[in-house]
Ligand binder design. Structure first.
Ligand SMILES: [Zn+2]
Length: 292
């Protein structure tokens, strides 16, 4: 073989290696971040929802179907949060796609005890889907993604397992640091716009006393806002926390009437400056709550 042919063969080999990256699409940026840590250099990851947008409602765009049509793995939140992903996955006509439901094995909070009907708003009949906000669930998510990656790319199973173990070590170091940051927040009572924070509150000893929304997914009403104003006064609550994608009109009314502060709290990676990955998301939330 001539030198010329050898170099062509080498270039072809390199491009095959480059093409061999596992393509992952995720519903949210939090899943993207964890998938990046487990997949490392062997994967490309894209999230359909952006960090500062509402993860409950994402449009069914043809460009999303196209992305999923090229993917090997789709990671969804499950528990009905991203039921919008189903028509995108169907529309992608990707018969080889492996879909991972990252809520598998998560201890689910807020399962409704009564029958769910339309008058209750967008109550999720399967329980509260905001489970990624307990960092202990981050490892369960990582294990679900690991299983998916090993299914689509068994040859690199060892690397994925090593990455998962490195993530687990890093996460447990950060947990110690976060418990320190959360120490002065123990028992802090807050009102939040949406019921996004039960897992976070559970993990860090915070109490969510009420919601600006009268029901999940239902716009604030004057009568409900009046009730929340009373609650904030009675409990002497200092913070009305809102997700970046909700209107601050009702929260500002509550703040004006009570002297409480409106605080924008990012529930997802990319939802605020500094929340660049799954680990710095918790740094950002805890520092914001502590007023640092
Ligand atoms: Zn929700």
């Amino acid at each position: 073989m001539s030198k010329y042919l050898v170099s062509i063969a080498f270039v072809l080999l390199l491009s095959t290696v480059a093409l061999a990256k596992v393509a992952i699409v995720t519903s949210t940026t939090d899943l993207r971040s964890i998938a990046e840590m487990i997949g490392g250099d062997l994967v490309t990851v894209e999230s359909l929802n952006k960090g500062a947008s509402n993860p409950h409602s994402v449009e069914t765009l043809p460009s999303y179907m196209f992305k999923v049509s090229k993917a090997n793995l789709y990671c969804k939140i499950g528990l009905d949060l991203d039921s919008w992903a189903a028509p995108i996955i169907d529309g992608s006509r990707n018969g080889k796609l492996v879909v991972v439901d990252c809520s598998q094995n998560v201890p689910v909070l807020g399962k409704p005890t009564q029958k769910v009907d339309a008058s209750m708003g967008d109550v999720h009949p399967l329980g509260n889907p905001h489970y990624w906000l307990d960092p202990n669930n981050g490892l369960i998510i990582a294990d679900n993604i690991l299983d998916g990656l090993i299914t689509v790319d068994p040859a690199n199973a060892e690397t994925y397992r090593k990455n998962r173990d490195a993530f687990a070590t890093k996460l447990s170091e950060k947990l110690t640091e976060w418990k320190g940051l959360a120490a002065k927040l123990q028992g802090t009572e807050i009102v939040t716009y949406h019921d996004s924070w039960p897992y976070f509150a559970n993990a860090f000893g915070i109490k969510v006393d009420g919601f600006v929304e009268p029901r999940p997914g239902i716009e604030p009403t004057p009568s409900h806002t009046a009730e929340i104003i009373e609650l904030v006064k009675k409990r002497q609550i200092k913070m009305i926390c809102i997700e970046p994608y909700f209107s601050d009109r009702a929260p500002k009314t509550i703040a004006r009437e009570t002297g409480a502060q409106v605080v924008v709290l990012p529930p997802s990676v990319g939802g605020a400056p500094g929340a660049n990955d799954y680990l710095s998301l918790f740094d950002t939330i805890l520092k914001t709550l502590a007023g640092d």
